[in-house]
Design a protein around this ligand. Structure first.
Ligand SMILES: Cc1ncc(COP(=O)(O)O)c(C=O)c1O
Length: 392
């Protein structure tokens, strides 16, 4: 890790040394399942950990390792790990940290499949959880049980884009010796670095902004060397949700333009928010960058910019929301985010359909709520498409 370089430089160089790879400018893809040993004794030494070489790609692969080193550098972590999906990363981290009888304290809104995983942990392994706004020290203190081992946060929360104050969470968690895990998918390390606030583990669905081109499903984790070694040797190795070398290469390539892309996503989002907010069909705009947002002060404290996602409610309900979406011409209806293309989705019938209705209401996900992932197109073209759909 060349920690004397700035973030933008590290997205391009860290984790890869061309001189060790025949001076190839682009990182090579080590598309191999296994690695040969010169002798039986050399194999024995490798298994004993006396020789640091590679053994088998589920246990480590050079292209994947480059990516793991790069994400560690960008998150200011000691080490990183790569997984075959964001959910493989979430499950590997949680299963590594908890055991039957433990309790997980979660931010009120979590990604739908993370919610599904929490339910599964509860039903099959008696690992309880509570979903709470986590917006005051008193509330967190009163929710902590003797069995609470993890505070699991998404910030911004999907899809309401409320923020959680990382500094406040860490101050309480440290008192009780609880691990803080942050899903940093929506922010990326360019906008927010939770480990710098004292959080213990940060993870990503790298499918989103980190890949950035809608062509890979992947997960990344970063934290202390001890924490990453523990996950690598347990839930990564034995459950096996690893990333392929080719997908690691796609992410290494995507990361090189992360700062440029994020600048554009964020400036486009600002322009769309300004226009959307004053349209008479729009009931409410949720974006942590607006001065009226309850999360504005936290955004200023912990994020470089408030991100490229916007949620908004139309007057009316599900029917009005779906009619609006069906009238869009350029913007694609799809449940991902962070791609070059602007993508729009309807959380109550798509990403959060698995969340029971009363829970959705509590989280602030109404039937007219729409989430839009602002892409890299000219913002005027994005706005013209939204406007014609609002007025059609
Ligand atoms: C915040 C967040 N975390 C985790 C995931 C899961 O990631 P993946 O789809 O790469 O498994 C998603 C997917 O949308 C997400 O939005």
């Amino acid at each position: 890790m060349t920690d004397n370089h700035r973030f933008e430089t590290r997205t391009i160089h860290d984790g890869y040394e061309d001189k060790s790879h025949h001076n190839s400018l682009a990182a090579p893809i080590y598309q191999t399942s296994t690695f040969t040993f010169e002798t039986a004794e050399a194999g024995e030494r490798r298994f004993a950990g006396e020789d640091p070489g590679y053994i088998y790609s589920r246990l480590g692969n050079p292209t994947v390792r480059m990516l793991e080193e790069r994400i560690a550098s960008l998150e200011n972590a000691e080490a990183g790990l790569a997984f075959g999906s964001g959910m493989a990363a979430v499950s590997a981290v949680l299963l590594n940290l908890v055991k039957s009888g433990d309790h997980i304290l979660c931010s009120e809104g979590v990604y739908g499949c993370t919610f599904g995983l929490l339910k599964m942990l509860e039903e099959k392994f008696s690992i309880d959880h509570d979903l709470l706004p986590l917006d005051s020290v008193e509330q967190i203190r009163s929710a902590i049980r003797p069995t609470t081992t993890v505070i699991y946060i998404e910030t911004p929360i999907n899809p309401t884009l409320k923020l959680i104050d990382l500094e406040m969470i860490v101050s309480v968690a440290k008192e009780y010796g609880i691990q803080v895990v942050v899903d940093n998918t929506f922010s990326t390390p360019y906008l927010q670095r939770p480990l710098e606030f004292g959080c213990d583990i940060v993870l990503h669905s790298a499918t989103k902004y980190i890949g950035g081109h809608g062509d890979v499903v992947a997960g990344l984790v970063a934290g202390s060397k001890d924490a990453m070694t523990s996950i690598a040797k347990s839930t990564q190795k034995d459950i096996g949700g690893i990333l392929s070398p080719f997908d690691a290469w796609l992410l290494l390539r995507g990361l090189k333009t992360l700062p440029l892309r994020m600048d554009r996503h964020c400036s486009n989002a600002r322009s769309i928010v300004e226009n959307l907010s004053s349209h008479p069909r729009v009931k409410k705009v949720m974006y942590p960058g607006t001065e009226t947002s309850p999360s504005h002060a936290i955004a200023k404290k912990q994020m470089k910019y408030p991100g490229g996602l916007i949620s908004f409610e139309l007057n009316g309900g599900k029917q009005e929301a779906q009619e609006f979406m069906n009238k869009l011409k350029m913007i694609k209806i799809a449940v991902s985010l962070g791609d070059a293309e602007t993508l729009i989705q309807h959380p109550s019938t798509m990403t959060h359909a698995v969340v029971p209705e009363d829970e959705r209401r509590r989280m602030g996900i109404s039937d007219s709520l729409i989430r839009i992932s602002i892409g890299l197109e000219a913002w005027e073209d994005i706005w013209e498409d939204v406007l014609q759909a609002l007025e059609a």
